[in-house]
Each structure stands twice: as structure tokens, then as C-alpha cells.
Design a binder for this molecule. Structure first.
Ligand code: OAA
Ligand code: MG
Length: 546
């Protein structure tokens, strides 16, 4: 991200990167020809933010606020980040999950201006030419989705573009990574979503997705083009269909700089939550019996990372896997199942076949129940009450999102366990008051992890991203929950501190990358100062290429 952003061929008021709008001084207006194109007042960034906050207050719902902020991001990038970073607890749920889910469902209808690179299967054989059309020449991260599994919404094809755009905004908002050099990408491979195919306003390819072989060949072409055009670029896979996600990560993880946020990022934040929950319970991970409800890319990713963490506690791989059971839409994963993929098969333990989660909970007696099913309400009263009868402090994570896909709500988890649950969800639920006590549910969302990983990877120019990086991120995140916060049942650091937390996490990860020999820059003497000096700040300064 060393390119010179001071030069631009766009008129100043149409160039979101350099635009200061009413903050252009009279002298600047003379120079850049905007005199008279702006009202008389010359304002500070803070004053401009005051206006945006007023405008947001006057909107009637979060989708309108999302659209307003999205428009702002395309008009004045600095002001956009100033607003979002001023109050992450308030704005993350607006620019990102859960509001972004509403936006993605209607993305083709809300569409005004393209915000990322659309790479259509139609462009097969010409991927490099298409990539070269992107105006920024020093691309450091590409967040790419096929739209095949967006959040808990299923396949929404090209409407999925909202996610790479939103995820990359979080690189900056949560870890102060400079926004230039970040490319959102939608790999338009078609969709199985007939409703969208039939919608006259749909913007993507109107055909069924290709075979996995054809898809892999297309992604191979993409990877080759990226390596040629952007040799320092990290490929961030996001929201692919489960099988594609697992297969593509296995295909590239040892060959190129890449990661899959749904597999590795979600796993890391879940491990961080488990770490905090177990410290509250005063127990070790190896003492737990863990049941997953959902066995797609997120479930498998979390399960595998728990296995790695258990191996670190001294267990063999077989013993570690024995502590994990999984259930999916077709029932408990056990050896008689004929439909299992290789990543699921290793978690098939002898047990009678069942499709009933409550029954599985009664017989397996898990201490930890993790929902990654997108089956809203899957954690029924019977399931949660059974968890409460087995455990003094049941650990219940209902990770499916957006809000209306969660396996249970925070209120249900607390009420059905008499306030004893150590609960987290993929989205933020409000505090719950029960018997005069206020309980604060955690948000086990990968936004605590992937921006920090990206900051460390960018700063160190890491060659590869290993699972150890994500385990380090999990550990560093959990460590930042104070004893006092733990005493209140908080499983994650407060969202208002997300930027500080992730910078601290990135520093720990960077140390680990240097130690592992995967860094491609010399280790600085003072790693803290070194990272701090690279951070983006939403100010109108020359440091931000203004
Ligand atoms: O985006 C989120 O909130 C978490 C995530 O990666 C997903 O659900 O795919
Ligand atoms: Mg995702």
C-alpha cells in the first residue's frame, strides 16, 4: 500500500479518497477549482461528522442508515471512516451484520454504483485483463466471495457483493488498515437461487454454478493472475458454499498467501469465547464434551481448530476428535451415515442414529453446545433446559446470523437456564435483565479476528497464514477480557474498544509471524511503535494521502 494516492485524475468532489467537501480551505478551493462549487462555510472534520450523525438520527431504520453511510463511503472516505470509527458499537451492526444482510437480499434493487470487481465466469481465459482494470495497482488484499453462502442467507449469487465490501471496510474500521489496496471481489459463477434468476433486476449471471472442477480451474486462473499482477496480495475467501470453501482452502493454503474467514476466523473467535467461558468455569478445554449443531464450513473449521488447541494441551488427534460430536440437517454424524464428506467423517463416533438434537444432548451430555446451523430456533426450550440440567454453567453459542437465524436468542438462553448460561451469538443481542441481574451476551463474530490478522500479515509481509496465527489471535483476544469483565460473564472484549483490542492482537500475531520465520521484512526493534506508525487515521492529513 505504498502507492501515491495524492495524484488523482478525478475532479476533487468526485474523488472519494481525497474529497474533503466543505473542509476544503479557501486556498485549496482556489487551487483545485472548487470555489463556488461548495457553500461558503469552511468546516472541520468534526463539524462534518456532526451533520452526518444528525442525518443518521433522522433516518427511520438501520437499512436507511446503511444506505446513507454507504453513499458517504463513496463520496468522502475519510468522513465515512471518521463516523464509523467514532462509535464502533453503534456502527458495526449498521455497516455490517445484521443490517448488511437486509442490504444483500435486495442488493440488485438497491444498486447505484459498483463498489468492487465483478469477475464473471464469462471472463474465463481473460481474468488477468479484467483484474488489470482495477484502478489501484498495489492491491494487498482481495476479499472474494462467490455469493454461494452469504451469512445464513444461502446462495444469493451476485447480491453477495455487499459482504466483501463490508468485510474490507472492517479491515480499516477495526484494525486501521489503510483502505487503498483493498479490493472487494465477487466471483460471479451463477447461482442456484431461482428467485433471483427470475428477477428482471438481477445483476448477475443467470445460470447454475459450474462443476467443482470447472470452478477450481477458474479460481486457479484467478490465483495465477493475482500472483502476477499483485505479488504481495493476500486472498481472503469469504462466504463460499461450504464444500467449495473447505476444498479451496485446502487447495491453496500451503501454496499462496490466503485464508478463509468463515473457516479460520469464525473458529478463532469461537475458541476465544471458549477460552473465556472456561476460565469463568475454572475448567480446561480437554475436560469438555462439545456438540456442534451444524457441520458446514464454519462448524468444521471450529472443530478442527479445537482439535489443534487440544493437541496443544497434550491430547492425541484421535482423543481430541473424540471430544467433539457433530449434528447436521441429516442428523447426528455417526458411522452409518453415507452422505459425509471427508472433513465430517473424522468426527463420526459410534452412536445410534438420531435427528433429534434434544435426544443427542441427553445422551452425549455436552458441556458446550455450538450452533452453526442457520436453523432459527434450533436450540429449543427442551434443548437449552437439558443443557442446564447437565451443567452448572452451560456454554451455549448460537452463532448463526443474521439475528433471525440464531439458534436461540440471548433472552431464551438466559431464561431457560435461570441466568446460568455462558452465552454468545454471532450477532449482538441486547442485555437481558433476569431476577434483577443484568446479563450481557457476547458477540462471537469473526470481526474481532480477521482485521487483526490482516494488519499483522500486511505489516510483516507474511508469506503464508497458518492456523497458529489464528490460535494466537484467539488467545490474544481472550486475554484482553479483564477479570472484572469476566466476573460479569463477558466473553469478549467490549466492542467500543475494538480498534485498540485488534491492534494489540495484531502486535502479538506479528511477533509470532516473525518467530515462525514467515515474515518478509526485517523484525523491527520496537514492534509496537512500528505497527502504530503504519495505522490509518481518519483525518484530513497528508499522511493519509490527502
Ligand atoms: O459476517 C459475519 O457476521 C460472520 C460471517 O463471516 C458469516 O456469517 O459468514
Ligand atoms: Mg462470512
Amino acid at each position: 500500500m505504498t502507492s501515491d494516492r495524492t495524484a488523482s485524475s478525478l475532479p476533487p468532489l468526485l474523488d472519494a479518497v481525497h474529497n474533503r467537501e466543505t473542509a476544503f480551505t479557501n486556498e485549496e478551493r482556489h487551487k483545485n477549482g472548487t470555489l463556488g462549487l461548495l457553500p461558503d462555510a469552511v468546516e472541520t472534520l468534526d463539524r462534518q461528522m456532526e451533520r452526518v450523525l444528525w442525518q443518521l438520527d433522522s433516518k427511520s431504520n438501520d437499512l436507511e442508515r446503511f444506505l446513507h453511510l454507504n453513499g458517504l463511503s463513496q463520496r468522502n472516505e475519510t468522513l465515512f471512516f471518521k463516523v464509523v470509527m467514532s462509535d464502533p458499537k453503534r456502527f458495526l451492526p449498521i455497516v455490517y451484520d445484521p443490517t448488511i444482510a437486509d442490504a444483500c437480499l435486495q442488493y440488485n434493487r438497491l444498486f447505484e454504483r459498483p463498489q468492487g470487481l465483478y469477475l464473471s465466469l464469462r471472463h474465463k481465459g481473460h481474468v488477468k485483463e479484467i483484474l488489470a482494470n482495477w484502478p489501484e495497482k498495489d492491491v494487498r488484499f482481495i476479499c472474494v466471495s462467490s455469493g454461494g453462502r452469504i451469512l445464513g442467507l444461502g446462495d444469493i449469487g451476485a447480491n453477495g457483493m455487499g459482504i466483501p465490501v463490508g468485510k474490507l471496510q472492517l479491515y480499516t474500521a477495526c484494525a486501521a488498515i489503510p483502505p487503498q489496496g483493498l479490493m472487494p471481489m465477487l466471483l460471479d459463477i451463477g447461482t442456484t437461487n431461482q428467485k433471483l434468476i427470475d428477477d428482471p433486476l438481477y445483476l448477475g449471471l443467470r445460470q447454475a454454478p459450474p462443476s467443482s472442477d470447472e470452478l477450481d480451474a477458474f479460481v486457479d486462473e484467478l490465483v495465477a493472475a493475482i500472483q502476477e499482477l499483485y505479488p504481495h496480495c493476500c486472498l481472503h475467501f469469504e462466504d463460499w458454499k461450504g464444500d467449495d470453501a473447505i476444498r479451496l482452502l485446502a487447495r491453496y493454503r500451503d501454496k499462496i498467501l490466503c485464508y478463509n474467514d468463515d473457516i479460520q476466523g469464525t473458529a478463532a473467535i469461537t475458541i476465544a469465547g471458549l477460552d473465556t467461558a472456561l476460565s469463568i468455569k475454572g475448567e480446561a478445554l480437554k475436560e469438555q464434551r462439545i456438540l456442534f449443531y451444524g457441520a458446514g464450513s464454519a462448524g468444521i473449521g471450529i472443530a478442527n481448530m479445537i482439535v489443534s488447541a487440544l493437541q496443544d494441551e497434550g491430547l492425541s488427534e484421535t482423543d481430541a476428535r473424540a471430544r467433539i460430536s457433530m449434528m447436521d440437517i441429516n442428523g447426528l454424524i455417526e458411522p452409518s451415515r453415507q452422505d459425509l464428506n471427508p472433513s465430517q467423517k473424522v468426527f463420526a463416533h459410534s452412536h445410534a442414529a438420531t435427528k433429534d438434537l434434544a435426544e443427542a444432548v441427553k445422551s452425549i451430555k455436552p458441556t458446550v453446545l455450538i450452533g452453526v446451523s442457520t436453523n432459527a430456533g434450533g436450540f429449543t426450550e427442551e434443548v437449552v433446559r437439558t443443557m442446564a440440567s447437565i451443567n452448572d454453567k452451560p456454554v451455549i453459542f448460537a452463532l448463526s446470523n443474521p439475528t433471525d437465524k440464531a439458534e436461540c436468542t440471548a433472552e431464551q438462553a438466559y431464561r431457560w437456564t435461570d441466568g446460568r448460561a455462558l452465552f454468545a451469538a454471532g450477532v449482538q443481542f441486547d442485555d437481558v435483565t433476569l431476577n434483577g441481574k443484568t446479563l450481557t451476551p457476547g458477540q462471537a463474530n469473526n470481526f474481532y479476528i480477521f482485521p487483526a490478522v490482516a494488519l499483522a500479515v500486511w505489516a510483516t509481509q507474511a508469506r503464508r497464514i497458518t492456523d497458529e496465527v489464528f490460535l494466537e489471535a484467539a488467545k490474544a483476544t481472550a486475554e484482553q477480557v479483564t477479570a472484572e469483565q469476566r466476573a460479569h460473564g463477558l466473553l469478549f472484549p467490549p466492542q467500543k474498544d475494538v480498534l485498540r483490542v485488534e491492534i494489540n492482537t495484531a502486535i502479538k500475531i506479528a511477533r509470532q509471524i516473525f518467530k515462525s520465520g514467515l515474515a518478509q521484512v526485517p523484525e523491527p526493534e520496537d514492534i509496537v511503535d512500528w505497527i502504530e506508525s503504519k495505522l490509518y487515521r481518519p483525518e484530513y492529513t497528508s499522511a493519509n494521502g490527502q
